[in-house]
Design a protein. Structure first.
Length: 123
């Protein structure tokens, strides 16, 4: 028995497609991803359910791309940078002489700044 996954209904797939259309991510998908997603939507609309875990995983990857926003991407870049610098800062005891840095690493505004600075975005 595998891990139960939420049922991917037509309404759910359509909701994510519309979200992707609104935020522009639908247009960033490659043609094969769009075709696969549309085929799955048609399959589910016919009253069938998707049982293949591999197909569900592929759909979930596409859904993550459709849901992605610039804010999420910036926070992901920031978290990547935080995971990179924490071991270095622990090794040289930065948190001992700058204890506020721990709090900053938990604040969304600081993480947004860090993500923008560490990304290739030029505002």
């Amino acid at each position: 028995m595998g891990i139960p996954t939420p049922r991917l209904s037509y309404a759910v797939l359509r909701m994510y497609q519309l979200k992707g259309l609104r935020n522009g991510n639908w247009y960033r998908l490659c043609i094969l991803e769009k075709a696969f997603y549309k085929a799955c939507m048609i399959y589910v609309k016919m009253g069938r359910s998707i049982k293949s875990q591999r197909v569900i995983n592929l759909l979930n990857e596409i859904i993550m791309k459709l849901k992605s926003t610039m804010k999420i991407k910036i926070l992901q870049w920031a978290m990547r940078e935080v995971r990179r610098i924490i071991p270095i800062y622990l090794k040289v005891n930065v948190f001992r002489w700058a204890p506020m840095l721990i709090n900053w690493l938990r604040e969304e505004s600081f993480l947004m700044w860090l993500g923008i600075v560490r990304s290739d975005i030029h505002v």
